[in-house]
Ligand binder design. Structure first.
Ligand code: HEC
Ligand code: HEC
Length: 420
């Protein structure tokens, strides 16, 4: 071969090699497999179905109920010290969390405040799923001593004495009648005095008051159904790659590699799946108990409590027919649920620190370190297995998690208190 041909030949081989190598190794253009593309599509908001109806709440879609619930949600008069509302702990500007490790209401509670974004899709509520509807959940903080610490009788007095509230209530639920000889306060779940005045009421009166109370929860739930996630950079990327475009620069290389780890080596997608990044189920991931607390029994207790709850789907205040209460009737009740907690959504996760059921972890790097080397569980067994992530991979995973935040898909007026 002539010498002057050799140089161009080597040059072209080198060029082909360089281009090929580059293409294979650019982490930013992961060569998504079909399985990966399927997973990416399943995480995208494009896959979120319309919000299903809640058969246990007939006013869930009633605009007047949502207006009423919106007002109740922000009103601190619904607390014993007139300082605590739902919005005190579930702050719209923090994606309906509070930035604290443990929630502070009238007192300090034992748990961390979870986000309410997209929660209307969940069949269970609370870290241990002890409530089976959003309206039944909303009743508990109103009466809980460490949260709003009021009670259903005091609330009946408040709503019926406030002309605006009374009008809003009656528009949705019909005439509000006050029983003769209403005590100042009372609840079957209150302290000794509240219970005593409750027990002095006639059973029909108790039922009427509890129905009124349940209706407040149904109005609040109608408002909460509007708290839906907005499209993030991840969603835009997912739409583009699923449509076959590999040119999309919506995510940078590190974020794309993090996505690959999230659905692959990191195994996050086994629990944080679907467009809300949660399977709505309960798992033991070995998160240590909050200092000085017993480890939570989690779902093991939650199932039983939900079944005994007088405000559950099968109870007299629910609007559902018994056959519509499938989640409650077929709830799994097993020993492996000891210490299992509800998988939280990861949407807006960069805005909702600290993390976990007791706010035990302050940042996402700490969360990823936890999953990389999960401790053995304090109760039962830990489902999370060691991942063997390298330092750079841990950074990529965190970078990906940060792409999941975006303003909510909700009209601005719902995010601020109405004029009182
Ligand atoms: C003092 C702070 C505080 C107040 C006030 C409060 N919450 Fe919560 N909220 C929490 C905490 C903490 C949890 C988790 C408790 C648990 O799981 O045991 C929670 C859980 C929830 C959940 C379930 C979340 C999930 O992921 O399942 C919903 C829904 C909710 N709150 C709505 C409300 C509504 C509606 C109000 C007002 C009626 C309210 N909260 C008042 C702190 C608060
Ligand atoms: C076996 C199921 C499971 C797997 C696998 C899993 N998670 Fe979780 N995740 C959970 C549960 C359950 C919680 C709540 C645990 C608690 O509060 O104690 C949680 C909590 C979180 C939180 C805190 C959310 C909040 O609002 O406090 C983040 C962030 C998170 N997981 C990210 C990940 C990442 C990243 C991976 C992959 C490396 C992963 N998870 C793997 C089930 C899982």
């Amino acid at each position: 071969m002539k010498k002057d041909l050799l140089l161009p030949l080597f040059a072209s081989i080198a060029l082909i090699f360089a281009v090929g190598w580059n293409y294979l190794s650019i982490p930013g253009v992961p060569d998504w497999s079909e399985e990966e593309l399927r997973l990416i599509a399943s995480l995208s908001l494009d896959s979120l179905p319309p919000l299903p109806l809640d058969p246990s709440n007939l006013v869930a879609e009633d605009p007047a109920a949502a207006e009423f619930g919106h007002r109740l949600y922000f009103d601190t008069r619904l607390s014993s010290n007139a300082q605590v509302a739902c919005a005190t702990c579930h702050k719209p500007e923090l994606m309906f969390t509070d930035g604290l490790a443990l929630a502070v209401g009238v007192g300090i509670g034992p748990m961390h405040t979870p986000s309410l974004v997209g929660l209307a899709y969940s069949p269970w509520f609370y870290w241990d799923g002890r409530k089976d509807s959003q309206w039944a959940q909303a009743l508990a903080p109103l009466e809980a001593k460490h949260e709003q610490a009021t009670d259903r009788v005091q609330l009946l007095r408040l709503i019926s004495n406030d002309a605006v509230y009374r009008g809003m209530y009656e528009e949705v639920f019909g005439a509000l009648s006050l029983p003769a000889m209403l005590p100042e306060s009372g609840s079957p779940d209150g302290d000794a005095q509240q219970q005593a005045s409750w027990n002095a009421l006639k059973p029909e009166t108790q039922t009427d008051i509890s129905r009124f109370f349940a209706n407040l929860g149904k109005a609040i739930a109608a408002f909460e159904r509007k708290i839906l996630p907005g499209r993030t950079r991840f969603d835009d990327y997912a739409t583009a790659v699923v449509a076959g475009s590999d040119e999309d620069n919506t995510l940078n290389n590190s974020e794309k590699s993090g996505l690959k780890l999230f659905i692959g080596k990191g195994q996050c997608v086994t629990c944080h799946n679907g467009p809300l990044f949660t399977n709505h189920e309960f798992h033991n991931t070995g998160v240590l108990a909050v200092g000085r607390q017993m480890p939570s029994m989690g779902r093991y207790d939650g199932v039983r409590i939900s079944q005994e709850d007088s405000f559950n789907c099968l109870g007299e205040f629910s609007d559902a027919a018994a056959e519509e209460c499938t989640e409650l009737r077929f709830a799994r009740d097993a020993n492996d649920l000891v210490g299992a907690l509800k998988t939280p959504t990861l949407r807006n996760i960069s805005v909702t620190a600290p993390y976990m059921h007791g706010g035990q972890m302050t940042d996402l790097a700490q969360v990823v370190n936890h999953y990389n080397k999960p401790p053995s569980s304090m109760l039962s067994h830990n489902e999370a297995k060691p991942l063997g992530l390298r330092t750079v991979e841990k950074i990529q995973l965190v970078d990906f998690l940060k792409t999941l935040s975006a303003p909510l898909a909700i009209e601005q007026k719902w995010l601020v208190a109405p004029d009182y």
